[in-house]
Ligand binder design. Sequence first.
Ligand SMILES: NC(=O)c1ccc[n+]([C@@H]2O[C@H](COP(=O)([O-])OP(=O)(O)OC[C@H]3O[C@@H](n4cnc5c(N)ncnc54)[C@H](OP(=O)(O)O)[C@@H]3O)[C@@H](O)[C@H]2O)c1
Length: 240
Amino acid sequence: MKKRPYTICLMMTTLDGKILVDKWGDSPRIEKLGGKFEEVHNQIGSYSWIVGRTTMEKDFTNFAKPVYKPGTHSIPRTDSNANPDAGTYAIVIDPHAKLGWEKSEMHGDHVITVLAESVPDAYLAHLQDIGVSYIFGGVTEIDLNIVLEKLYNLFRIDILMVEGGGHLNGSFLNEGLIDEYHHLLLPVVDGNHDNPAMFEIAQKGKKFDAALFKLEQVKRIEDDVLWLTYSCGPQVKKIH
Ligand SMILES: NC(=O)c1ccc[n+]([C@@H]2O[C@H](COP(=O)([O-])OP(=O)(O)OC[C@H]3O[C@@H](n4cnc5c(N)ncnc54)[C@H](OP(=O)(O)O)[C@@H]3O)[C@@H](O)[C@H]2O)c1
């Protein structure tokens, strides 16, 4: 079996399983509940973390536009580790190079962006100029098994926090690549039916009918929040 990091997924949801904190209004109580994610992240440990492109642009890069270096020649599609001494990494799956980067750090962690090989050369040239690391996860689509293997072998990441959103988590779960799941259940109901859940998997390509989990720990933390820890069990399929 190929080596990959041990993966810990962390998400917080309302009682009705919704994940979009920004739709819950501006009350100080909601703001305090929103801070639980970071608190628990720090309690679990200072590990490298990975998010989807949508989460990165919304919660971290503030919708910055991609930058292209003018006059770029062809750049080979080889992975680039721009900071071999970085201890922890902020990683994003951005297959089509939609994110704009101005620096190579996010919240003190060195940035690695996971791209498809089809991205423009001028985009890679800018990443090289500012020292952002990048790896290729496939020619046009991303294979998460390859991504994890590269993170383990090229960056020595042996524990990885998988931190949303729903589509990123869903694609990890679909591939059987989540080892542990931490769920923060907030005392809030959202009720919006257009708000995603913590695992979103497109019907086409979905590999199971249900994924089973085993409850390992239940903790009641401040502000009526439940912190549930699960290990991930087998995936099951209906016999038709
Ligand atoms: N409540 C919580 O704990 C929590 C935690 C984190 C985030 N969030 C929220 O979640 C929301 C975003 O969630 P989301 O589900 O819409 O988006 P997301 O999972 O953050 O990002 C989805 C995008 O990432 C890329 N991607 C992810 N997995 C991929 C794969 N296996 N292969 C190829 N591309 C992949 C694709 O980018 P392209 O579209 O460019 O192809 C995809 O559209 C944000 O509002 C954020 O604030 C909540």
